[in-house]
Design a protein around this ligand. Sequence first.
Ligand code: PEP
Ligand code: MN
Length: 361
Amino acid sequence: METKTRSLFENWGLQNTDRPVVIAGPCSAESEEQVLDIAKQLKDQNIEIYRAGIWKPRTRPNSFEGVGSVGLDWLKLVKQEYGLKITTEVANVKHVYEALKAGVDILWIGARTTVNPFAIQEIADALKGVDIPVLVKNPINPDVDLWQGAIERIAGAGIDKIGAIHRGFSSFDKSKYRNIPKWELPIELRRRMPEIPMICDPSHISGRRDLIEAVSQKSLDLNYDGLMIETHNNPDEAWSDAKQQVSPSQLKEILSNLVLRNVNSKDPALLHDLEELRGQIDAYDKELFKILEERMKVAVKIGEYKKAHNITVLQPERWQEILNKTIEEGKAHDLSSEFVTKLFTAIHQESINKQTKLMRK
Ligand code: PEP
Ligand code: MN
């Protein structure tokens, strides 16, 4: 059974590093009673890391902007009375100093801070010589470089316990999610930085509590290492993010419903079957390449014809016709129109590139 998280969690001082490591607690600390009541209920579930926002980055002023430094005293009590590790969001140097002074165990950097290299660099500079884990949320815009850059800046300060939090991306388009997940971005970050543990924040992706379980499950099926789930003792009355917070008992139910699948199996029969199937995939990929090569040769021939007769490379009606036809054809082959559109846009673009190159010759 390969249920362990990537080894990095092992020197974070946790008792239990089984996948997924769970971070739970309210969106915002509201009062000493609220903070401690939630902590007690989470402690009973063997949750080890407690989150609560003290300084809240709100989109518009006049919403609740967090209780501020006084909340750090409540988090200290969580640590003293229940032995939980505490984590809070830091967005500037003052937050860093106050959090460190209060003995916060893990810092996290919010999505609105990750977008800003100046802010990240200042935080990184303030952390030089400090040994503390830092979790970096994805930037609100879908930009892997910005996310990677923020992690590199923190690593550049000598921090060697860094995790990434996937909380979804802001979009003008309507979606059932508050922040669309765009799973391909965290997958790409992990390809580039395989040593960085990946934590899913299904609360901010979902924006509503009924989606949290499905998003969490998907993240585990993508081999994420941990979950950060906003948990409140009275979710509907929460001062921030009420719709997406769950009660401790709902959290318990969600966690117990999750299915943990292994990354790899050691069962020789299964491995043999998988290898066989992967061989089939590789063979089809080879064929795809052959077909694409032949298709491109035809595109080049057409390009020569266009050049000889002084016709433009792009013919918008022809492209629209291809797209309509392939989307229809895709349906007959059980391929989504989204996939077919992406695939043929890329193929078409490559043909155009080849034809334009020819025009320049
Ligand atoms: C939060 O975790 O409460 C928060 C403000 O998150 P984000 O930075 O992902 O919006
Ligand atoms: Mn929140």
